[in-house]
Design a protein around this ligand. Structure first.
Ligand code: ADP
Ligand code: MG
Ligand code: ZN
Length: 628
């Protein structure tokens, strides 16, 4: 609704609203003016009918003007009469009153008998034309306001659309020639591409499939984290097949008007079927495809209606119709099972975050039309960006270009990419003055992370340690895996826990005090330990159970309705084990730092001087410290 208000207030500034305002003002002015005009400078009092009759019978009326049931006139002599609207009696010369009903001859008779001058005014002072216009005015106003509000509502829905096309889907028709995205623009994802090849072949050459009586899955669901290129891939499929492409975001189905969603779905399928071969692409399908009846407050009628319509459209396909429905989601777990049934979205293409090779390929796509310096090492860069999605990498390449421009360079250098990566990963550098003590605490904290990471076997190598405040953090120790990990051994996780806690341990050791700066480390450690115990079965005491505890549900999904699958006793035991694991990891970090206090001091000193140390610096300092 806020959108609506916003839209209306925007409207106020538009020409239509100005016109409307002018119309309103004119109307008000006309009304006021007509009131004023009728007074005509004479003080006219409203008297009652009985007072009028009294004056008439006493012969004190000089003249009257009749207009329908309205009588106005002049008394022969001023009279003091009590009239409504005044406390004291008024001296009245001119009066006005209404006749109770049309009395025809009888009142005229009475007037004539008393010798009153009678004027009759035609009821219609205005010409019929003006009367017509004035009569129309309120209607124009009402229709005008309705029209503008409707237009506003349409604007919110995000499309042009005529006044009466609420129900029409705004699936945008992309002509085959216009869908220029092809598989060439999609780097990596070889497996996903392969899975979609059959679909493309079917759209290009349906006859081949028909001859053998093969049925091609009509519904393809692309599943993957945000920014991994699902939308891009769907477009590329349309581009490769060279067919019409109807794309809509599922949230566009759900509008402020009930029933619109269902009719939009119907409309979109109609359009696509009339234009075969074609692809319907429903982005973010979880917006309508959520399990019916889940979430707070039970169901959402409008959404369920839309979903039901979608399901029945999917069923309504004939096998000879060359229409493929592709949907994308990052929450397959919340989708209604009915959507995933055979015959609907039964072909699932899972798109994962890109591995190192794919990251390199994606980066190469996005630097294609950028000028790079010779020292840019794509290999190193892609190794240094684990977990980044295609969208992140695109952003990284763009940030690097912006940084280079800001420094007035004519090429993008490796340093610019590194800076862009730090910015994307950790936020922008904060320019602020930090006290020496704070700087010292931060330096020891980060040195603690770095030293423990270096000492414990099987942890990821150090990439960079910095005490320049960025984003919300005062400093950072970056570890980067040599290659993408698919499994996490328990020893690796235990050491990771120790590394996470090492910053705090170093503070305690050196300053014999704790600071609030370690909150994020603690959060990370706690959640890692909880997962180890409750999900990955890494505690001997709890045993090999995965109980759904510590599972993340960032949005409201099905998990909410699930009952707790463990007893209070087990919950207590899990808490004990989580606690034990964390404490164990902490004491391990403490052992390492105590044994090597000298090295810790040296790293911290170097950090206070340099502010940033990379892997080579750290290794050199540690080696030098040993030789002492
Ligand atoms: P999703 O729909 O999965 O959230 P998008 O398809 O919108 O992600 O991807 C966002 C952007 O990221 C794309 O416009 C594209 O520029 C970039 N991108 C993602 N994956 C790739 C890839 N494999 N190759 C090239 N660019 C990619
Ligand atoms: Mg998308
Ligand atoms: Zn820390």
């Amino acid at each position: 609704m806020d959108d609506l208000k916003q839209s209306i207030s925007d409207k106020m500034k538009s020409p239509q609203w100005k016109l409307l305002l002018a119309l309103l003002l004119t109307t008000v002015f006309l009304l006021v003016w007509s009131q004023l005009a009728s007074i005509n400078g004479i003080k006219e009092f409203n008297i009652s009918y009985s007072q009028f009759m009294e004056q008439l019978s006493s012969g004190n009326i000089k003249s009257v003007t009749l207009k329908d049931l309205q009588v106005s006139g002049e008394l022969s002599d001023e009279r003091s009469l009590q009239v409504s609207g005044y406390e004291a009696p008024q001296q009245i010369k001119y009066f006005r009153t209404s006749l109770p009903a049309f009395q025809g001859e009888s009142i005229l008779q009475a007037l004539r008998e008393k010798g009153v001058v009678i004027n009759v005014e035609s009821a219609e002072k205005m010409s019929p034309f003006w009367q017509f216009i004035v009569g129309l005015l309120p209607w124009v106003l009402i229709i005008g306001i309705w029209f503008l509000i409707m237009r506003g509502a349409q604007r919110i829905q995000g499309g042009p659309g005529g006044l009466f096309s609420f129900g029409a889907s705004r699936a945008k028709l992309h002509d085959a020639q216009k869908s220029q995205v092809t598989f060439k623009d999609v780097a990596g994802m070889e497996n996903s591409k392969k899975e979609l090849e059959e679909t493309i072949e079917f759209l290009k050459n349906p006859g081949k499939f028909r001859k053998l009586g093969a049925k091609v899955p009509k519904g393809v669901l692309l599943i993957g984290p945000p920014g991994t290129g699902k939308t891009l891939l769907a477009r590329a499929v349309a581009g490769e097949a060279g067919v019409s492409f109807y794309s809509i975001s599922a949230s566009e189905f759900i509008e402020m008007f009930v029933g619109v969603g269902a009719s939009r779905v119907r409309d979109m399928f109609q359009k696509a079927k009339a234009n075969p071969p074609s692809i319907i692409f429903i982005d973010e399908i979880d917006a309508v495809g959520r399990t019916r009846g889940a979430g707070f407050g039970g169901g959402h009628d409008e959404r369920e209606q839309t979903l039901n319509q979608l399901l029945s459209e999917l069923d309504g396909f004939e096998s000879h119709e060359e229409v493929i429905v592709i949907a994308a989601t990052n929450r397959p777990d919340v989708l209604d099972p009915a959507l995933l049934r055979p015959g609907r979205f039964d072909r699932h293409v899972v798109i994962d975050r890109p591995g190192m090779k794919d990251r390199k390929a994606i980066l190469e796509v996005h630097v294609k039309n950028k000028t790079l310096a010779d020292n840019v090492d794509m290999e190193k860069l892609s190794r240094g960006t684990p977990g980044m999605s295609g969208a992140d990498l695109e952003n990284l390449a763009n940030e690097a270009a912006l940084i280079a421009i800001r420094k007035n360079k004519d090429k993008i250098y490796m340093e610019d990419f590194e800076e862009a990566r730090d910015k994307v990963l950790m936020g922008t550098v904060r320019e602020e003055s930090i006290s020496d003590l704070e700087k010292r605490i931060t330096a020891y904290h980060e040195s603690g992370h770095a030293l423990v990471a270096h000492k414990l076997p099987g942890t990821d190598p150090i990439h960079k340690v910095s005490i320049i405040p960025r984003g919300l953090a005062m400093g950072v120790t970056q570890l980067l895996p040599e290659e993408d990990r698919h499994y996490y051994p328990k020893t690796y996780l235990m050491n990771k826990l120790s590394v996470a806690l090492a910053g705090r341990v170093a503070e305690k050791l050196v300053f014999n005090d704790l600071s609030t700066g370690a909150q994020n480390d603690l959060k990370e450690a706690s959640s890692l330990a909880e997962k180890m115990v409750a999900q990955w079965g890494m505690s001997e005491k709890v045993g090999p159970l995965s109980l759904g505890r510590a599972e993340e549900h960032p949005f409201l999904g099905r998990e909410l309705a699930l009952p707790k699958r463990y007893s209070e006793d087990l919950a207590w035991l899990m808490d004990q084990e989580i606690h034990r694991i964390v404490v164990e990891a902490e004491s391990k970090a403490e052992d390492v730092l105590k044994a090597d206090r000298n090295t810790l001091d040296r790293i911290a000193e170097a950090l206070m001087k340099e502010e940033v140390l990379d892997r080579d610096d750290i290794e050199r300092i540690i080696k030098e410290a040993k030789q002492l």
